[in-house]
Ligand binder design. Structure first.
Ligand SMILES: C[S@@+](CC[C@H](N)C(=O)[O-])C[C@H]1O[C@@H](n2cnc3c(N)ncnc32)[C@H](O)[C@@H]1O
Length: 436
């Protein structure tokens, strides 16, 4: 008993210490507890210590996909290369999708295996050697059909291997920095069945400690934002909606770019686009979706993973390194180049070269059009350091230090709102070559 109390106190101490850390707190807590406590004791404590003793009604709409077999949601996301697995609502996940599809018509075995549910089962086979009692494709189909039968009200005759016994509660963990989202620890199938039957809430066994998602962890680690709950480019994920503020809407700049390129007859058709200091890769992803052969350059080594997870951009589309070095290593110019909100860092002496050298490198890397914006002196945080850097000065500066024929002021962004109302409103400039 004394040993148990000692271990429990140690677990709580570890948990509290980890919870105080910035990110990824809950995952770190779990890891530290695992290291601190022998496995046999952990097994004994697991059904009790991490869980609130009472049941909580959780909204099925607010459940996110979670633990898969022996892996935590984050581990599964990592090893299945699906970083957004724990950012996906159960309602939009493979379990609910399968039930919705069989409501529309029966599925053949081949259709089940090709279905996101079948793919998920096969991923588990690959990663864990089993999916519930399945050890091959035939087994995955059997698990799926068992699930469908239970949905249709057929009472299972027995509990199969690695299935929770009938009547087991849904088990969830709160998702950090949200007020109502929960990650599923056990019960994806049960919750999906109840959701499809139209139930809104289920009583659940809830963990004390919140979990973080890999997306939250990555964002917290990105060097640029430095742990602030800010998104420099839009990322649509349920667990970011409450605590994260989108700083730049980006769509305003993109619309201006696309409109000008249309006017100039430079629309897609495999033309090459390069975004310098691309952050999470929103602009390359948007331009790729419009048919451009798009890439980004970004100093932060986490950018390729985030770009892939958030926007489906292939990680090899984001070149990691210093903008000036990577621009110099480009073999031929790109038709369209953009460089947003980087220049002033060089003006302020935070770059690897002078601002003029950065501009020259951008100039050489551009075949037809360079889009550029920069911090301005009329922004509260640059009132002293960038005094005089108004749109007229920036236009003249671009004219003086580049070889473009036309410098066009496309007007300010729309980001000077809410907490940023005294900042932004940066003018977007298009630097255009007539000889294209
Ligand atoms: C203010 S954010 C701008 C992001 C993006 N261009 C936009 O406007 O949406 C600056 C970005 O530039 C990156 N960065 C800063 N200095 C850099 C350098 N020397 N080379 C490459 N990237 C750099 C930062 O990591 C950060 O992602």
């Amino acid at each position: 008993m004394t040993v148990m109390r000692h271990v429990r106190d140690r677990v709580r101490r570890e948990a509290r210490r980890s919870a105080r850390r910035v990110a990824p707190a809950a995952r770190t807590a779990a890891q530290r507890v695992r290291e601190a406590v022998p496995e046999s004791v952990r097994k004994e404590l697991y059904p009790v210590v991490p869980w609130r003793p009472w049941r909580v009604d959780v909204r099925l709409e607010d459940l996110l996909l979670g633990v898969m077999g022996p892996q935590t949601a984050s581990e599964f996301a990592e090893s299945s290369h699906d970083l957004l697995w724990p950012s996906t609502r159960l309602a939009e996940g493979p379990h609910v999708q399968l039930l919705a599809d069989v409501d529309r018509g029966e599925l053949t075995d081949a259709e089940i295996l090709a279905h996101p549910y079948g793919e998920m089962g096969r991923t588990c086979l690959r990663l864990h050697g089993r999916y519930f009692w399945a050890t091959d494709d035939e087994g995955v189909v059997d698990v799926a059909r068992d699930f469908i039968r239970r949905y249709r009200g057929e009472v299972p005759t027995r509990t199969r291997a690695h299935q929770s016994p009938a009547g087991s509660p849904l088990m969830v963990a709160p998702v950090r920095w949200t007020s109502g989202l929960h990650q599923i620890v056990d019960g994806h199938h049960r919750a999906a069945i109840e959701f499809r039957r139209g139930r809104r809430t289920l009583p659940a066994k809830v963990k004390w400690l919140p979990v973080t998602t890999p997306l939250q962890d990555l964002l917290n680690q990105m060097s640029w934002i430095g742990g602030e709950k800010e998104l420099y480019q839009p990322i649509d994920a349920p667990e970011l909606r409450e605590a994260w503020v989108t700083v730049r809407r980006c769509t305003d700049r993109l619309e201006k770019m696309v409109a000008l390129l249309d006017d100039l007859g430079i629309s897609a058709g495999g033309r090459r686009y390069l975004d310098v200091a691309c952050c999470y890769g929103w602009f390359p992803a948007q331009m790729e979706a419009r048919g451009f052969d798009a890439r980004g350059i970004e100093r932060d080594p986490l950018a390729p993973r985030l770009a892939e997870a958030a926007y489906g951009l292939s990680p090899d589309r984001v070149l990691v390194g210093d903008a000036v070095d990577l621009l110099a290593s480009q073999e031929s110019p790109h038709d369209v180049v953009s460089c947003f909100s980087l220049l002033h860092h060089f003006v302020l002496g935070r770059g690897s070269t002078t601002a003029e050298e950065l501009l020259s490198a951008l100039d050489r890397a551009t075949g037809s059009v360079l889009f550029i914006d920069t911090g301005q002196g009329d922004e509260a945080w640059f009132a002293d350091s960038l005094a005089g850097w108004n749109p007229a000065h920036i236009e003249a500066y671009l004219r003086r230090h580049t070889s473009f024929d036309d410098i066009i002021d496309l007007g300010p962004d729309e980001d000077a709102v809410g907490p940023f109302r005294d900042n932004y409103g940066r003018h977007l400039f298009a630097c255009v070559r007539r000889d294209r």
